[in-house]
Ligand binder design. Structure first.
Ligand code: DMJ
Length: 635
């Protein structure tokens, strides 16, 4: 039985309470009053109806609940660190415990929130998704008098918002995506060639940066095309298609493309033909424009250019397939290196119909990986030696493993993904999640202080999809963008029945509330501890007489105020249920999606006695500090 038909283990699992997503929802992804019109889309040269082309048809093996849970827990650790320390900032710096901006210095755009939207949905972290959407609704503002990087904005922000809209139907996400796209559109419309400039001032529309690599010119047709579908306005799709056509029309007599163009003059600046970045996803979007939008002209361009790549760029080293760099006009070889990012091409070749070459190319990267702890940023493929010892938490090898698995059902690709999962855990893990690696040859590896936004959108989603068998994903008809944003194939099914089991993560420390040592006994003290994922760190929240009870998952005993419960400073214990008000808590939301837990009898609030791991939990007079605030993270 195909994996997409099996959802049994998930529905039996203890899962989170289904949260109500805020904001208006829109049925079927179609805005009321702005419905997609076939005429508008046909006018832009595309099929008038949404193509239902099944992308994948292989029979898939069963999910692996243990691995899926592991991925989810690791994601949660990183996400809760971001929630506590950098919520709304573009990216988390997990080592210093701070955040920083990716796009505009001083102007947080919540990149990690946007990158995480559909991953949160797929992992059934609905409460966290609500907090994310609330932040977007209240804070995300694109009216900035600053230059924005057009390519990164479209694949990360527009794509992320659209995938969130696909997952939830929340209209605010589509509104924000459209607002950003409208602000970015001058990059296309002010260009004499139709190929976009690199930067646009979001407030004024002023454009800059006229030397642009192909990935930046042509990795936008699925995001912009779908925006046209959703709004009924063809201008987004038209801009994207014109840019791709302008590039295709400048191909060499060998049907090869170079690396970068001057978008004012249309002249090639770098005539190196390559599959590597910064060209890579240009080819991906030719195929995707066909697969996702049904544009057969794009498929023709993909076929023409891919035939030339196969004829002129394929290389063999030690019997393995690689893609060299050549001059686009002469075909002369100019390089034999490979970027890690090019590993995506294995999956693209397979999707584009060349399964044998796709599988072969993934095996080449598997051989390279055998020489290193992690995939190096770049290699000399004639030796498999690293040209850089960095690994920036890149997703491309896993990305291809997912698509080759979907295409073939061959378990070797999940084995390769598992190998990468273990390597990521062994060499990239830090206390607050995962970090890029600046030097993979040291022991331990030398970490860099960054969790890239794409890690939330790509790596963790790919791993989770391979092992979760989630009913929220259609394993046959899906479409994922170059940034891993799901634009087709999310099933908006409700989360399975609630158990209301949560971890309580302290806002000040990030430590998790747990039952101390002899946790099966009455009177065991409650402390905060680093997260181990153990059952003595999870709490079942149920409502009784209008207040919450917190039951320890391991012992089944209730969180209780010890001794003189009206006294500030009294410690907390777990105790068999007495039904007393000392065992009942008022859960109140505070800013940022955190909660306070006030004891019903005393009115005092659960806080921590100190900041260290292992310090006791007490009830104290409310002081508004973050030490008295908790994140309820559904498990
Ligand atoms: C991601 O932003 C996207 O996958 C993009 O297409 C290029 N690669 C990065 C991550 O490596």
């Amino acid at each position: 039985m195909a994996l997409s038909e099996r959802t049994g283990w998930l529905s039996r699992r203890a899962l989170l309470r289904a949260a109500t997503l805020t904001g208006a929802t829109v049925a079927g992804d179609t805005l009321t009053g702005g419905a997609v019109t076939g005429a508008a889309i046909a006018g832009a040269g595309l099929a008038a109806t949404w193509p239902a082309t099944p992308a994948f048809s292989a029979t898939l093996g069963p999910g692996d609940p243990v691995l899926a849970s592991d991925v989810r827990q690791e994601f949660l650790t990183a996400w809760t660190a971001y929630r506590r320390l950098a919520f709304g900032r573009d990216e988390l710096h997990p080592i210093s415990g701070t955040g920083a901006e990716f796009f505009i210095p001083g102007a947080p755009l919540g990149l990690t929130i946007v990158e995480s939207l559909d991953t949160l949905f797929l992992m059934e972290l609905d409460g966290e998704l609500t907090a994310a959407i609330n932040w977007i609704s209240g804070n995300l503002n694109f009216n900035r008098n600053a230059n924005m990087h057009v390519f990164e904005s479209i694949i990360r922000m527009v794509g992320g918002l659209l995938s969130g809209f696909h997952a939830t139907g929340n209209a605010i996400l589509l509104t924000r995506a459209r607002d950003l796209a409208d602000r970015l559109l001058p990059a296309f419309t002010r260009s004499p060639t139709g190929m976009p400039y690199r930067f646009v001032n979001l407030a004024t529309g002023a454009v800059s940066g006229n030397v642009v690599p192909l990935a930046e010119i042509g990795s936008n047709i699925t995001e912009l095309g779908w925006l046209s579908q959703l709004t009924g306005d063809p201008k987004y799709l038209t801009a994207a298609k014109n840019a791709m056509r302008a590039v295709f029309n400048r191909r060499s007599p060998l049907n090869l493309l170079g690396t970068s163009l001057n978008v004012d003059t249309g002249a090639w600046v770098d005539q190196t033909a390559r599959v590597d970045p910064p060209v890579d996803s240009f080819f991906e979007y030719l195929w995707d424009g066909f697969q996702f939008l049904g544009d057969t002209e794009l498929k023709g361009w993909y076929d023409t250019l891919t035939a030339a790549i196969v004829a002129r760029l394929t290389d063999s080293s030690a019997g393995r397939l690689w893609f060299r760099q050549v001059n686009m006009n002469t075909g002369a070889v100019v390089g034999r290196t490979q970027s890690e990012l090019t590993a995506f091409y294995a999956g693209l070749l397979a999707q584009g119909g060349d399964l044998a070459r796709g599988e072969s190319y993934h095996s080449s990267w598997t051989a390279a990986l055998a020489q290193h702890r992690l995939p190096p940023e770049a290699i000399d493929y004639t030796t498999l030696g690293a040209l850089s010892n960095q690994y920036q938490l890149r997703p491309e090898y896993i990305d291809s493993a997912l698509f080759l698995w979907l295409a073939t059902g061959n378990e070797v690709y999940r084995s390769r993904a598992l190998d990468m999962w273990n390597r990521q855990k062994a060499h990239c893990k830090v206390a607050r999640g995962y970090a890029i690696v600046n030097d993979m040859t040291t022991t331990p590896t030398t970490k860099g202080d960054l969790t890239p936004g794409y890690w939330y959108s790509e790596n963790m989603k790919y791993f989770y999809l391979m092992w979760s068998a989630t009913p929220r994903f259609n394993y046959t008809t899906n479409y994922l963008t170059t940034e891993g944003n799901v634009l087709r194939g999310i099933n908006r099914v409700a989360a399975p029945a609630a158990t209301g089991t949560f971890r309580l993560v302290n806002r000040a420390t990030g430590l998790v509330m747990e039952v101390n040592a002899s946790s099966l006994n009455d009177n065991a003290a409650v402390v905060i501890r680093a997260n181990s994922g153990a059952a003595n760190q999870t709490w079942i929240v149920t409502t009784t007489a209008g207040a919450a009870r917190l039951t320890c998952s391991l012992s089944g005993k209730l969180l209780n105020v010890s001794g003189s419960s009206t006294t500030s400073g009294a410690g907390l214990v777990q105790f068999t249920n007495s039904g007393s008000t000392a065992q009942q808590w008022t859960v109140s939301a505070v800013a940022g999606g955190f909660v306070t837990l006030a004891n019903r009898r005393s009115g005092l609030v659960v806080g921590i006695a100190a900041t260290a791991a292992g310090s006791g939990v007490v009830q104290q007079a409310p002081d508004g500090s973050t030490g008295q605030q908790w994140q309820l993270v559904a498990v």
